[in-house]
Design a protein around this ligand. Structure first.
Ligand code: SF4
Length: 337
């Protein structure tokens, strides 16, 4: 999946947040392929003309990460990772207990094999994209009908120990985001990651609609928690030093290493040479990684047009606002549990 639908570390909760948050320095992000069978309307990933990560290189990246950091989160992204099943399976089977594996997929290549494998590795978190009811979900995929494909697997997916749905909210669907969220709940889904589309030109009206929708979703969470329902929002537990994209030890499908996955986006394609900090054969030192991470916000500001940057910042701000509103209710619920 692309960075805009995989940028789960978008909520700037601040170092003082009482929530247990994923630390960016503990994340390995493996772009196992940039290829994808879909063309989602909100996706900025450059998909063609790139190699895939081989299983042996994927394992090598995990080993390197473990030797440097001891462990942490390993996120399998794309493109669509399940188009390179050998590399995905290699990581799942190879990762030591100190590594939490996250697999993000558009769901169109789910199969009995993957369900069985995930039952065998219950520590792996599977995240599937489902943006709401069929009309919006398939509409955002420019008519590719994956809603039926994904929902067909839901009875099986709901039995997995760690299964999360990412609901991406595009500017065109912002007004229906709460409606779509309720539709997903009606399918039995309980674990969510909400994601407004980034690097898109949101209008004032769309941002206002996003706020209204997030308020309605917040009310749903608060009511559910007050009633003792176990409803989970992943956004409450992730943070990043800079919003909008995943930061960490990023290994691209061509083995180049970056301090974030911004480089997947077409807008940043020309910055590959300038932002790459090594390869699997010549990895960066931890200091070099930290230095490049610190420099990333300035690179981002310089590369994105002011209007898109501002609307991205504001869409992300709405997500942060949602989380900040929910923390008290979340901690109340935890205290009562
Ligand atoms: S599934 Fe959609 S968002 Fe993910 S990589 Fe493919 S086109 Fe992009």
């Amino acid at each position: 999946m692309a960075p805009t639908v995989r940028t789960e570390a978008t909520v700037r909760t601040g170092s003082g947040s009482p929530a247990r948050a994923t630390r960016w320095s503990d994340s390995l992000i493996l772009v196992v392929t940039r290829r994808c069978d879909l063309r989602c309307a909100y996706c900025p990933t450059v998909k063609d003309g790139e190699p895939d990560l081989s299983p042996s290189d994927a394992r090598r990246a995990v080993d390197l990460f473990v030797s440097r950091h001891g462990g942490g989160d390993c996120k399998l992204f794309g493109g669509e990772p399940l188009l390179v099943p050998e590399a995905v399976e290699a990581v799942i089977r190879h990762a030591p207990p100190s590594v939490n594996v996250y697999l993000s997929t558009n769901g169109s290549h789910l199969s009995r094999h993957w369900i069985d494998l995930l039952h065998s590795f219950p520590g792996v978190t599977l995240t599937v994209s489902l943006d709401g009811a069929a009309a919006d979900h398939d509409g955002l995929r420019r008519g590719a009908r994956t809603y039926d494909t994904v929902t067909r697997w839901l009875p099986e997916l709901l039995r997995l120990p760690r299964f999360v749905v990412t609901q991406t909210i595009a500017p065109s669907t912002a007004a229906r985001a709460a409606e779509n969220f309720r539709h997903l709940r009606s399918l039995g889904l309980r674990k969510f990651n909400l994601l407004p589309g980034y690097f898109l030109p949101w209008t004032e009206a769309q941002l206002a609609a996003l706020r209204v929708s997030f308020d309605a979703i917040a009310e749903d969470f608060e009511s559910a928690w007050a009633a003792g329902e176990r409803l989970y929002l992943r956004n409450l537990f992730v943070r990043a030093p800079t919003p909008f994209y995943n930061t960490g030890f990023v290994v691209d499908s061509d083995q180049r290493i970056y301090p974030n996955n911004l480089v997947l986006a077409g807008a940043f394609d020309g910055l590959r040479a300038a932002t790459s900090i090594g390869t699997l054969d010549a990895p960066p030192s931890p200091d070099r990684l930290a230095e490049a991470t610190a420099a990333a916000p300035a690179v981002l500001e310089a590369a994105v047009g002011a209007q898109v940057m501002e609307s991205t910042r504001r869409a992300d701000g709405e997500l942060t606002r949602l989380c900040n509103r929910l923390y008290p209710a979340y901690f109340d619920m935890r205290a009562r549990a």
